[in-house]
Design a protein around this ligand. Structure first.
Ligand code: UGA
Length: 436
């Protein structure tokens, strides 16, 4: 099937490469010339496991191309909209300017019967507004939200938990759903649930899923606060809760909270849209979810400050991690980097290390010290903070090895990813988040 993917960021680049890998003929289109040049050369413009291999194979096969020209979308049967919807400056709503620009740019090249499939995360109601914009082109709009996680993007795109397609309940809508069914024929044949909904439900599914995940994380972080006040251990609590199959253990990882380019801005945009709809009260709890989340960063900073006896000025602090989560170089709204910035703001001599995100972190926060080497970061540190649970810190770093490098054996485990007993046994002062 011939298809275009408009927008080649985390979502679009992965979608384009994944669709080519299952046999489709794909053109990825983006306004960023540098990004397109990199993709055309088979280079992933960001860190994403398996993507470089998929890009190289797609380009070699001739089924995957990239372009800055919207005209190259002409002749495709399906056009996926995969542009970003960031938070607007000075507000909480989603900025839809890239969605609007993509649709306006695409319209001249659409033929009657083409399917335009929105994948971007948008406020409910966006798709219905776009339907009227597309009316004269004869193309049909469906909404096909994406649930991929950075770091697992290729896996999640090729083997999704479910596929959701929202369409209008008329003949054109039914034909468009049939086309999307064909796009994902392989995954559907492998048993992936395929849910057909109206447009509004498809848009809401995505926002609701991220709101639920954020709520789950903030719930356990709220329990971490209670555990801190009562002497309980949130990790054991989460284990015990998680065995209840109605609750489940995933996304009950307490620590410095969620960040990234999705959960934080999505819960805010979700709330903003609910307010526009006059239903702000229904999701008022998401403000609390946001507040709890941000409070955990303060907690991590105060654990370091207290462990250093209140004196952080001029003290050397090794910050292990900058990315918002492992297997990613993304630092958007990264709690890890935020903790580093706050410690620096208190006058600490902060040295940050990360296996993938140093370059991105450096350009956003040049005031921090950086090193690619974990051991270099640890050398002569008065305290260590683990803020991204990369294997290099969680699994490979032993308390004995670290102890031979640092000046002070103080470790704050911002992700509750270390074996507290082992670190304590090796003479470290260990502080977890909501752990005894
Ligand atoms: C999230 C959703 O998980 C995807 O389903 C969704 O498609 C995506 O947003 C999106 O909207 O595009 P992602 O932002 O890649 O994916 O990251 P997650 O793996 O969900 O992690 C988000 C944050 O929560 C990270 O900072 C992570 O460290 C934190 N987290 C996660 C916790 O603090 N505790 C947990 O137990 C789990």
């Amino acid at each position: 099937m011939r298809m275009s993917v408009i927008g080649c960021g985390y979502l679009g680049a992965v979608h384009a490469a994944a669709m080519a890998s299952i046999g489709h003929d794909v053109i990825g289109i983006d306004v960023d010339e540098q990004k397109v040049a990199a993709l055309e050369a088979g280079t992933a413009p960001f860190f994403e496991p398996q993507l470089p291999e998929l890009l190289a194979a797609g380009i070699k096969s001739g089924r995957l191309r990239f372009s800055t020209e919207m005209a190259d979308a002409e002749g495709c049967e399906v056009h996926f909209l995969a542009v970003g919807t960031p938070q607007i400056a000075g507000g909480h709503a989603a900025d839809l300017r890239y969605v609007d620009a993509a649709v306006a740019g695409l319209i001249p090249y659409l033929r009657a019967g083409d399917v335009v499939a929105g994948k971007s995360t948008v406020p409910v109601g966006t798709a219905t507004a776009l339907v009227s914009q597309l009316a004269d082109s004869g193309a049909t709009l469906v909404w096909n939200p994406e649930f991929l996680r950075e770091g697992w993007a290729v896996h999640d795109t090729l083997t999704p938990d479910r596929l959701v397609v929202g369409a209008e309940a008329d003949g054109a809508g039914e034909r468009a759903v049939a086309v999307i069914r064909e796009v994902y024929a392989e995954a559907i044949a492998a048993g992936t649930p395929f849910l057909v909904t109206d447009l509004a439900t498809a848009e809401l599914v995505k926002g609701a899923a991220n709101a639920f995940l954020a709520t789950k994380i903030s719930f356990i972080n709220a329990m971490a606060e209670l555990a801190e006040a009562s002497g309980a251990d949130v990790t054991l609590l989460a284990d015990a809760l998680g065995y209840d199959t109605r609750i489940g253990r995933r996304y009950l990882g307490a620590g410095i909270g969620f960040g990234g380019g999705c959960l934080p801005k999505d819960i805010r945009a979700f709330t903003a849209r609910a307010e526009e709809l006059g239903r702000g009260d229904a999701v008022g709890f998401l403000r609390e979810v946001d507040t709890i989340n941000l409070r955990r960063r303060d907690r991590a900073v105060s654990l370091v400050v207290d462990a250093l006896g209140g004196l952080v000025f001029g003290r050397r602090i090794a910050v292990l991690g900058a990315a918002f989560k492992p297997f990613s170089d993304d630092i958007r709204d990264s709690p890890a980097l935020d903790v580093a910035v706050r410690l620096r703001g208190l006058g600490a001599d902060v040295i940050v290390t990360d296996p993938a995100a140093i370059e991105n972190a450096k350009s956003a926060h040049p005031q921090l010290g950086y090193t690619q080497s974990r051991d270099e970061a640890l050398r002569e540190a008065d305290a260590v903070v683990v803020v991204t649970e990369w294997d290099e810190y969680r699994r490979d770093l032993t308390p004995e090895h670290a102890g031979g490098l640092v000046r002070g054996r103080i470790i704050v485990d911002g992700r509750n990813c270390l074996d507290s007993d082992a670190w304590r046994a090796a003479g470290w002062q260990y502080h977890g988040m909501g752990r005894r």
